[in-house]
Structure formats: structure tokens, C-alpha cells
Write a protein that binds this ligand. Structure first.
Ligand SMILES: Cc1cc2nc3c(=O)[nH]c(=O)nc-3n(C[C@H](O)[C@H](O)[C@H](O)COP(=O)(O)OP(=O)(O)OC[C@H]3O[C@@H](n4cnc5c(N)ncnc54)[C@H](O)[C@@H]3O)c2cc1C
Length: 287
């Protein structure tokens, strides 16, 4: 349980951190809250020679209004998000999901950027950023780029981030009026990670679901959008029957995981049940 030796850096600006990352490349790792990386280092599943601590890079910690939406700095903690009046007002589904992550100790240190970059298949916020159609902004010492969430997550613990890049910002676009959202998860009793978690957003106008967005986490090797379920409900009245039909399609295309916590069959069942619950709640909050 003792990590292999490494050199530690504590930059105070983003550009300093990016310069260090360029210098040490593939042998370096940035650390944010450390709740995922430090355990991996202690188990020697990750052995970076250089550790670049982003904890002192204050410019990466913020929540601000941006073009009708919100821009959230990568180093913003879960606690800052769940307690933000801006997030509670504009994206209550994000505040709701964040408050369900782990326990208060983890939420005090863990960051939204760390959660995105780590891409744990059972992380809560991955489902939410997918449903919110967030853009993830990253940068190296040379260039910046932005990517929609559905292209950012590539596989289990794998994203499109390059070795020399730091995730800097999560941008949430404005939601249409009359949109309701909900996050529902079946949580692991010990860690609170999602065995299955569903984020649903429904926009209702004229008594019809005009727009539906659903993010699924925990079920498969990677968080994903439930596009079949979204299409099944769009253009329809939000009746219990239509919601149930859509929820039945939430698992389509998912390669369900099986492990000591839940079998693939059970996760498939949970996906339908929690999709229905999240959609029902989102509908009741719409308008
Ligand atoms: C007991 C326990 C229970 C937990 N329960 C839950 C839960 O219920 N739900 C849930 O979603 N999560 C849970 N987690 C995980 C927790 O949310 C982690 O904090 C999170 O996954 C990673 O965030 P972090 O800031 O700690 O990142 P770190 O551990 O510091 O980093 C994780 C990875 O991301 C990289 N990284 C971090 N920031 C950046 C950046 N800005 N740019 C590029 N790369 C970066 C690091 O190099 C590392 O590879 C739990 C963790 C613990 C210890």
C-alpha cells in the first residue's frame, strides 16, 4: 500500500502545470482531488514518475454563467457544485446527482474534472454531462480544444485526453424552457458508486415531450446516451405507458457489465426500472 517513488510538483498556475506536463509527458500524472488516483498509486496500478498537483491552481475552480449556460472549472469540487445557488437554479439535476456522490469527505475534495478525466464506468456525473450535452474543454501548453461529452468518453477509464492535456472546463449549454430533470441511481451500499444511474431531461410543451435526453452510467463499460429511449418518447404525450415504453429501450446497445456487485441481467433490469423512475420525475418537474 505504499506507492512507488515520484517527484511532486505544486504549480499555482495552469500554464505552469501545462509546462510541467509537456516536460515530463507520459511519465507524469496530474492529481486533482486524489480520490481515484492516490488509491491506484498505492496499489501500484498507476506509477507516475512525476505528480503534478492541481490543488493550488485556483484559476481552475469556478462556476460562472456563460452564454445562457454555465461554465464550471475542472477543479471545482463536488461540494462547491451541490451547494452552488447557480447550479441549483439552472441545472438542479446536476446538484441532485452531485449530492449523491460518495460521502461528504469525498465530495469535499473530489472534482468534476477528476471525475470526467478518470471516466469510471460507474461515476455519477458522466451520465449527467451526457444528458446535458456538455462540452469539455482541455488544453496543452500549445493548443486548446473542446469536445462534446458523447465523444469525450471512449472506453472504461479512457477518454480522448492526451498525455500533455489538462481538462480545464465543463460547459453546460442553456436548457430549453419547460425542461425538467432528474437523476436516479441504484447505489452500491459501500461506495455509493452507481450500479446503474440514469440522468433524464424532458422538455414538455403543448402536452408533448418535445425533447428528451437520457444519460446512463454504471450499466456498461462506459457511460452513454440512451438514444433509442429518447426517440421513443419524443413527440409523444408523457403518459405512464409512453414512459414505460421508452424506459424499456434505455438498455439498447449497452454491453451490460457483470461483476461481484451485480450480474449483467440485473443491471439490464435496473436500467429499465431506473430509466422509468428518472423519466417520471423529470416529467413531473417539467414546465
Ligand atoms: C470511497 C469512495 C467512494 C466514491 N464514490 C463515488 C460515487 O458514489 N460516485 C462517483 O461518481 N464517484 C465516486 N468516487 C470517485 C470520486 O468521485 C473521485 O473523486 C473521482 O472519480 C475523481 O476525482 P478526483 O478529483 O479525486 O480525481 P483524481 O483522483 O485526482 O484523478 C483521477 C484521474 O483523473 C486525472 N485528472 C484529474 N483531474 C484532471 C484534469 N483537470 N485534467 C486531466 N486529467 C485529470 C488524474 O490524472 C487521474 O488519472 C468515490 C471515491 C472514493 C474514494
Amino acid at each position: 500500500m505504499i506507492p512507488s517513488s515520484f517527484e511532486y510538483f505544486a504549480p499555482t498556475t495552469l500554464s505552469e502545470a501545462q509546462t510541467l506536463l509537456r516536460r515530463y509527458g507520459g511519465d507524469a500524472k496530474v492529481v486533482a482531488g486524489g480520490h481515484s488516483l492516490i488509491p491506484l498509486m498505492k496499489m501500484r496500478l498507476s506509477e507516475p514518475g512525476y505528480l503534478i498537483d492541481l490543488g493550488g491552481v485556483d484559476e481552475l475552480s469556478y462556476i460562472r454563467e456563460d452564454d445562457g449556460g454555465l461554465a464550471i472549472g475542472a477543479m471545482t469540487t463536488y461540494y462547491d457544485i451541490e451547494s452552488s445557488p447557480l447550479v441549483k437554479t439552472k441545472y438542479p439535476v446536476l446538484a441532485e446527482a452531485t449530492a449523491l456522490v460518495a460521502d461528504i469527505q469525498v465530495r469535499n475534495k473530489g472534482t468534476i474534472g477528476g471525475s470526467m478525466a478518470h471516466a469510471d464506468p460507474s461515476a455519477d456525473l458522466t451520465a449527467v454531462v451526457l444528458a446535458l450535452e456538455a462540452e469539455l474543454r482541455s488544453g496543452s501548453s500549445r493548443a486548446q480544444r473542446s469536445m462534446p461529452a458523447h465523444r469525450f468518453f471512449v472506453d472504461t477509464f479512457t477518454t480522448t485526453l492526451r498525455d500533455n492535456e489538462i481538462l480545464t472546463e465543463i460547459r453546460l449549454p442553456a436548457l430549453p424552457a419547460k425542461t425538467g430533470g432528474a437523476y436516479r441511481k441504484f447505489a452500491n451500499k459501500a461506495s455509493h458508486f452507481a450500479e446503474v444511474g440514469i440522468a433524464a431531461l424532458v422538455t414538455i410543451d403543448g402536452g408533448v415531450c418535445q425533447r428528451v435526453r437520457i444519460g446512463v452510467t454504471g450499466a456498461g463499460p462506459i457511460a452513454s446516451r440512451a438514444r433509442g429511449a429518447e426517440r421513443a418518447l419524443e413527440g409523444k404525450e408523457p403518459t405512464q405507458r409512453n414512459i414505460a415504453t421508452a424506459a424499456n429501450r434505455a438498455g439498447r446497445g449497452i454491453e451490460f457489465q457483470s461483476n461481484i456487485h451485480a450480474s449483467a441481467e440485473y443491471r439490464a433490469h435496473l436500467t429499465t426500472v431506473y430509466a422509468r423512475r428518472a423519466l417520471e420525475e423529470a416529467v413531473s418537474r417539467a414546465g
